[in-house]
Design a binder for this molecule. Structure first.
Ligand code: DGY
Length: 326
């Protein structure tokens, strides 16, 4: 077995002990302890001479960073299921293994999408603000009217693990009709949820709720723009727990402001965090959470365990537990 105790590793943030303790015990690890990501110039210095790096979605892992690390870099272990922050083609070209942390956050992320969907549809956050601001004077027969969920249509963009988990909740809990848009058919969804694969335009036109679960790539970047929002029902709720750049934030703002769509629930924004003066944050029909879908005890511990397994396997030259490429 390859001896890794002298190998150097940089971990760009403190992650749960379930993974971090094993990393620290196994190799020469340096952990960035700040509450914010290391500044880019510091990151480039810190990775110099490292054999492995544990990164978060806040770090851009490109050719420059790989150059700064040096030719001994063997593995990049991303503490996330998404890896749009990493130049995979460049890593592959250099023979650097890249790992991610799927599965352990599927149910937590679907729960978050579900929470945003119902909160936006039923105007729960807006209602709380109303109470806290002292506006609640009486029961209002015409006030706070939201959208029904039972028997409606959910449109899933990206029927992978998380998309399926949300569709299962909507189908089982609210007897929703399930539409999805994906490059691949999902036989399990077709069979178990009576789901129907449709083109993007049909999904937009027919769905009462549209939830994004695709990865961020050149095809999905900005796919929810003014044209897409204009095709949706004016009663529709838009949910994004995937990546903020999949929606155009200005177009989303305009659609919500003008009542083109009913409401939105976002766990992701573009950029993150949004600018403090982003007008989206002032809209009553938009809920914004700080990218917390995987923030449960078991998900984050599971992510840390997989990140450690990936890192240590990569240092040893073994196959990663969850690898993004060969
Ligand atoms: C991921 O894993 O990609 C999420 O966005 C953060 O948990």
């Amino acid at each position: 077995m390859t001896e890794i105790s002298s190998m150097r590793v940089f971990v760009t943030r403190r992650i749960p002990a379930a993974g971090l303790d094993r990393i620290v015990a196994a190799c020469r690890a340096e952990i960035w302890d700040g509450p914010l990501p290391p500044p880019r110039d510091v990151l480039l210095e810190k990775v110099a001479g490292c054999h492995g790096i544990v990164t978060l979605l806040t770090e851009t892992v490109d050719a420059r960073l790989m150059d700064a690390a040096g030719p001994q870099l063997r593995v990049i272990s991303n503490f996330a299921v998404g890896y749009n922050n990493i130049d995979i083609a460049e890593a592959t070209r250099r023979g650097i293994r890249v790992g991610n942390t799927p599965d352990v956050l599927t149910e937590a992320t679907a729960d978050m999408a579900f929470a945003l969907l119902i909160s936006a549809a039923r105007r729960i956050v807006e209602g709380q603000r109303y109470v806290l601001d002292g506006h609640w004077k009486t029961w209002e027969p015409l006030g706070h009217i939201g959208q029904d969920l039972s028997g409606k249509t959910i449109g899933i963009v990206g029927m992978g693990r998380i998309g399926f988990a949300l569709a299962r909740r909507c189908f089982g809990g609210w007897q929703m009709r399930v539409l999805y848009h994906d490059r691949q058919p999902c036989e399990q969804a077709d069979r178990e949820l009576a789901a129907r694969q449709v083109d993007f335009e049909t999904l937009l036109a027919e769905s009462d709720f549209v939830s994004v679960h695709t990865d961020l790539n050149d095809a999905t970047r900005g796919m929810f723009d003014a044209t897409a929002f204009a095709r949706m029902k004016s009663s529709a709720v838009f949910v994004n727990t995937a990546r903020g750049s999949i929606h155009n934030q200005r177009d989303l703002h305009d659609a919500l402001r003008d009542g083109r769509i009913f409401a939105a629930g976002l766990d992701v924004t573009d950029p993150e965090p949004p600018d403090a003066d982003d007008p989206l944050l002032r809209l009553p029909n938009c809920i914004v959470a700080p990218h917390i879908a995987s923030a449960t005890v078991s998900s984050r511990s599971g992510m840390a365990e997989i990140a450690a397994d990936n890192l240590l396997a990569g240092l040893r030259g073994d196959t990663l537990r969850c690898r993004v490429h060969d």
